[in-house]
Design a binder for this molecule. Structure first.
Ligand code: CMP
Length: 281
């Protein structure tokens, strides 16, 4: 299988081959590329919490590479060794032969297998000649271990302290902590508005209570506070909000959206979103 994969994927298959290790490589991205890489990293759901210094370190470790149209950049099921930022051209992402999406310049791909120590979750093929910036597993993981580490452990500790989430396995808590985004609200801000389209799920992480009202009657039906969560219907695919949630004073929520949650479920091999909710409620 390894020989076959080597034949069809352009990806280096081992990081013990020193010719493939590019830790702190002398290539320093030129200015235009630096901006593109920086934006790509900050735009990636799994990396947007990185601190500026850590983004700069990743950029310092990246080296340029290019592939011809039709090349397989990543083969589903392989052990991944590289994370890429696409600089020029287009690639297609497929899973079990089915197209998931196309990716254009300024996007990161190949991060999942490296971040989560799993095999490649999809195949990536060059639709045109492409130019890439790449970073090897070893360098990327070394930086990521330092990156957002404090924030990550704060989020994991917080999730572990929430009774609804206590029964979740550690690896799921950890992955949830990776993708949560912090949002802040002031007094009277609508966090969710009844009737609006929504695709996000919220956990209250700090601040004053949040009130739930129905039919815009300003009558508080329920008051939620730190550790409570809401908006879960959106994760199940029902995207019209059935109630309004309003901040009372300053509130901080941790937020996850439907696409990311679905990806997380797949990564965690959760059977279905419903299973998740039965396990946490
Ligand atoms: P990785 O699993 O390391 O290798 C294949 C890459 O394809 C994966 O990381 C992601 O970067 C990307 N990928 C996988 N699934 C999707 C998806 N549903 N949408 C967009 N990109 C994806």
């Amino acid at each position: 299988a390894r020989t076959k994969r080597q034949a069809i994927s352009a990806e280096p298959t081992t990081t013990t081959d020193t010719s493939q290790v590019h830790l702190f490589h002398p290539f320093r991205c030129i200015c235009r590329s630096s901006e593109l890489i920086q934006r790509a990293l900050m735009d990636n759901d799994f990396m947007k919490h990185l601190e500026h210094g850590q983004i700069l370190t990743i950029m310092d470790c990246m080296y340029p590479t290019s592939l011809a149209k039709g090349c397989c950049v990543i083969q589903e099921g392989d052990d991944g060794s590289t994370v890429y930022v696409l600089e020029e051209g287009m690639v297609e992402v497929t899973k079990q032969g089915k197209k998931l999406c196309t990716i254009g310049p300024g996007k990161v791909f190949g991060e999942l297998a490296i971040l989560y120590n799993c095999t490649r979750t999809a195949s990536v093929t060059a639709l045109t000649d492409i130019k890439l910036w790449a970073i090897d597993r070893q360098g990327f993981q070394t930086i990521m271990m330092r990156t957002g580490f404090i924030k990550h452990s704060q989020y994991t500790d917080f999730l572990r302290s929430v009774p609804s989430f206590q029964s979740l396995p550690e690896d799921i808590l950890s992955k949830l902590a990776d993708v949560l985004e912090e949002t802040h609200y002031s007094d009277s801000d609508y966090i969710i508005r009844q009737g609006a389209i929504g695709d996000t799920f919220f956990i209250i992480s700090d601040g004053q209570p949040v009130t739930l009202t129905l039919n815009d009657e300003q009558v508080t039906v329920k008051t939620l506070s730190k550790g409570d969560w809401f908006g879960e219907q959106a994760l199940k695919g029902e995207d019209i909000r059935t109630a309004s949630y309003t901040a009372v004073g300053d509130v901080t929520c941790l937020v996850i959206d439907r696409d990311l949650f679905a990806l997380l479920c797949a990564l965690c091999r959760l059977q279905a979103e419903a299973d998740f909710f039965s396990s946490v409620s």
